[in-house]
Write a protein that binds this ligand. Structure first.
Ligand code: GDP
Length: 743
């Protein structure tokens, strides 16, 4: 452990320094004082070696021996007294100790002398990594400015030598594993190794001040999240400054008379919340759980509660629609309490506010409750130093290019800084607040719009400030490479999983699988949505509808309204277009889609969208052939036809039956059951009713039937009529709001 804690190279370096200074003296004195000196520089963990050195040195002193400097000293350090004694004897007999002792002490490291060769002028080729870097998309390590190579190696689970190789490969210099790394290089190296990083910025010696809370609104569909946000937005600073005109920009700030303020994320629902969380963007401080007073706790209310609990984010309940005549806030409170939410008025710490988004009543109380919650949480942030921020929404503006609405978590974001934002980069050309006012800088919890990006980032992406354009490009390249590596690895894992599933099924039912495989259909879909975060959420949700019979293939996903090029692409691929939260279709596009027989489905509620596409999938699915009991008959009598000529065939037994359920058809397979056990199964050779051949007999009727090759009827037996039916998959939506296709 001590060796590992110190690091081999550091240890030998310290030793070499000690020995270099003292090599002129005899071992006895050198060893003693050398080790004493080194003990000062070495950590306590290795000082126990001191004792061992003293033993060695006293042995040398006793015999009044002097050794050549350098190697002998190092050997003394490792060799036992017995070994040394044997070596002395060998030398006194004139025997050579070993050829391998020819070592030169060249400063930091002791190296063996090499055969001298003429120097060759060749370009430097960075050493290749011994193994291909694998990607570990699930592993995240924390990195910080000034961390040593050794520390990074330990966190990455790699050797220091591998990390040093990577550092050289990315074009940086490295001398020892104690070299300090900049946080950007540490991230680059970690990405090469294949792990994710979380950047830690030190709060030491900088100003830390209280900051406003960042709030997300969640709850069941139609309980009034959007209406509540709209009502709150009208009380926002931007609305006041813009004379009540507001626009959805991803976030807004509500200012209070006391001077305090609250930042609201303007994308309701847990999809956005979990998409952000999935990227490690812990932006939200408080969740407002909206519950309609006339509807009560519903599946997505519980889901939102679980999301908040999982993220360890406190909840403030807003019971909405209290203006409605059938509103029953008390019932909602009891429901919430029975779901384990400890409400304040029942002795817990969760505040409940009764509001009406339509009447705009109770909004001030909600804002007060949120500020109180923030005060309890003692929210503070570092003000100085480089900003750490997260994207809450991104869009492309025709004139201004890619724009990102971001919330600063710590530090200050300043105009002109180079930033890396997800896998994109840029130089901040302009920062605007939510009232579109230009600003020089943005401080914690402030939502701002950033201009000057080279590409469109995604909701939940982190924003880091870097020192130069070169660094920004380098980091951005590294992140893109890592993303691509992760994507390919995910694809490979999915492919392997599918392959395994296919192999497993083929082992069990080889023929059936072949049938299914050839019947499997693909549903190509083009996804368009208002913002990047939603595009991703919709695409992911659609993929959850994949089933062994139907593959949902998102062939293109983008931000913005449905365009003519989308229709053209859909026509070329036979795809269906899904638009979420996008503008209604212009007539020209709608006409061209109708002409091309392209289905365009526009929705504003994700569950409606999934249900719609789910039904389309069910329609397109080939289905599975299943055997179904179409009818049952009971044997009442048995008739034997004997002595028939050879030409007409063997003896025949006719079962005289009454149909007790469903119907019996001649073309079907018949199954003979006795006391619930299957006795025989075969096709129907003859079906007669009142001496007439018939194709089918219905419930309550009597008939005579012959099953091919069956002579074993008994009175009381049951005959089932089996038919093959094509069963289509089902669209299933669970109580939690999750959907799937059941085959
Ligand atoms: P969301 O799906 O949770 O975002 O719900 P919406 O905000 O879209 O609201 C769904 C419906 O409830 C709309 O018809 C709103 O007009 C209505 N609604 C929302 N808040 C209130 C309210 O406080 N009172 C009444 N009476 N209706 C409301």
């Amino acid at each position: 452990m001590a060796w590992r804690a110190l690091g081999k190279k550091g240890f030998s370096a310290s030793l070499t320094k000690v020995f270099a200074v003292t090599s002129r003296y005899s071992v006895a004195s050198v060893s003693k004082c050398g080790v004493q000196d080194s003990a000062k520089v070495l950590p306590a963990s290795v000082r126990h070696l001191h004792g061992h050195c003293q033993t060695t040195s006293s042995l040398s002193a006793d015999k009044d021996l002097t050794f050549p400097a350098g190697i002998w000293l190092i050997r003394c350090f490792h060799a036992s007294p017995e070994l040394l004694a044997r070596r002395r004897e060998d030398e006194s007999l004139g025997l050579k100790t070993s050829k391998r002792v020819k070592v030169v002490n060249s400063g930091k490291f002791s190296k063996r002398k090499k055969e001298t060769q003429a120097p060759v002028e060749a370009p430097y080729v960075p050493p290749k990594l011994k193994r291909a870097a694998k990607s570990m998309p699930d592993k995240t390590i924390e990195i910080f400015e000034g961390m040593t190579i050794g520390e990074l190696a330990k966190r990455c689970g790699e050797s220091a030598a591998t990390i040093q190789n990577i550092i050289i490969n990315v074009g940086e210099k490295t001398d020892s594993e104690f070299d300090a790394l900049s946080i950007d290089i540490a991230e680059l190296v970690a990405m090469e190794v294949g792990v994710n990083v979380r950047r830690l910025l030190s709060d030491e010696g900088v100003q830390i001040l209280p900051r406003p809370p960042v709030v997300t609104v969640m709850g069941h569909v139609d309980h009034g999240k959007t209406s509540l946000l709209d009502a709150l937005r009208l009380t926002s600073l931007a609305a006041k400054e813009a004379g009540g005109i507001t626009q959805h920009l991803g976030a807004f700030v509500v200012g209070m008379q006391s001077g305090a303020s609250i930042t609201f994320l303007d994308t309701p629902g847990h999809a956005a919340f979990s998409a952000m969380r999935a990227r490690g963007a812990a932006v939200t401080d408080v969740v407002v759980l909206v519950v309609a007073a006339d509807d009560g706790v519903m599946p997505q209310t519980l889901e939102a509660m679980n999301h908040a609990k999982a993220a360890n984010v406190p909840i403030v309940v807003a019971i909405n629609k209290c203006d409605k005549p059938d509103a029953n806030p008390e019932r909602v409170k009891v429901q919430l309490a029975s779901e384990g939410l400890m409400l304040e008025e029942m002795g817990g710490d969760v505040q409940v506010v009764e509001v009406s988004a339509v009447n705009k009543s109770g909004l001030d109380k909600l804002e007060e409750a949120l500020l109180l919650q923030a005060e309890l949480m003692d929210l503070k942030a570092r003000i100085d130093g480089p900003a750490q921020a997260y994207v809450v929404e991104a869009r492309v503006d025709k004139g201004r290019g890619p724009l990102a609405t971001a919330i600063v978590k710590a530090g200050t974001l300043v105009c002109g800084q180079h930033i890396v934002i997800g896998a994109e980069w840029g130089r901040i050309r302009c920062i605007r607040d939510m009232a579109r006012k230009m600003m020089v800088q943005a401080t914690p919890a402030m939502p701002v719009e950033i201009e000057g990006l080279k590409g469109l980032p995604m909701a939940g992406d982190d924003i880091v400030v870097v020192e130069s354009e070169e660094r920004a490009r380098m980091l951005c390249e590294g992140r893109k490479k890592k993303l691509e590596k992760d994507r390919l690895m995910k694809l490979e894992v999915e492919r392997q999983k599918l392959e395994e599933e296919r192999l497993k099924t083929s082992e069990d039912e080889e023929n059936e699988d072949e049938e299914e495989k050839s019947n499997r259909v693909e549903v190509p879909i083009i996804v368009k949505a208002d913002v990047q975060g939603t595009v991703q959420a919709v695409s992911d949700a659609l993929k959850s509808l994949n089933s062994p019979q139907v593959f949902v293939k998102v062939i293109h996903a983008g931000v913005g309204p449905v365009s003519q090029s989308d229709v053209d692409m859909a026509q070329a691929c036979g795809a269906c277009i899904v638009g979420f939260n996008v503008r209604d279709l212009p007539t020209a596009i709608s006409q061209s889609a109708t002409q091309a027989k392209i289905k365009i489905k526009l929705h504003r509620v994700i569950y409606h969208l999934l249900e719609d596409i789910g039904n389309l999938i069910v329609e397109k699915a080939p289905g599975t052939l299943e055997t179904k009991v179409a009818g049952e008959a009971q044997v009442l009598n048995i008739f034997e036809l004997k002595g028939r000529s050879k030409a007409k065939g063997d003896d025949v037994k006719i079962a005289g039956c009454r149909v007790i359920d469903g119907r019996l058809t001649k073309s079907a397979t018949l199954r003979l059951l006795r006391s619930g056990e299957i006795v025989f199964e075969g096709c129907c050779a003859s079906l007669k009713r009142e001496q007439q051949d018939v194709e089918a007999v219905g419930k309550g009727s009597e008939c005579g039937l012959v099953i091919k090759d069956c002579l074993d009827f008994q009175v009381g037996d049951v005959i089932q009529c089996l038919v093959k039916v094509n069963r289509k998959p089902k669209f299933i939506s669970s109580e939690s709001g999750a959907v799937r296709i059941e085959c």
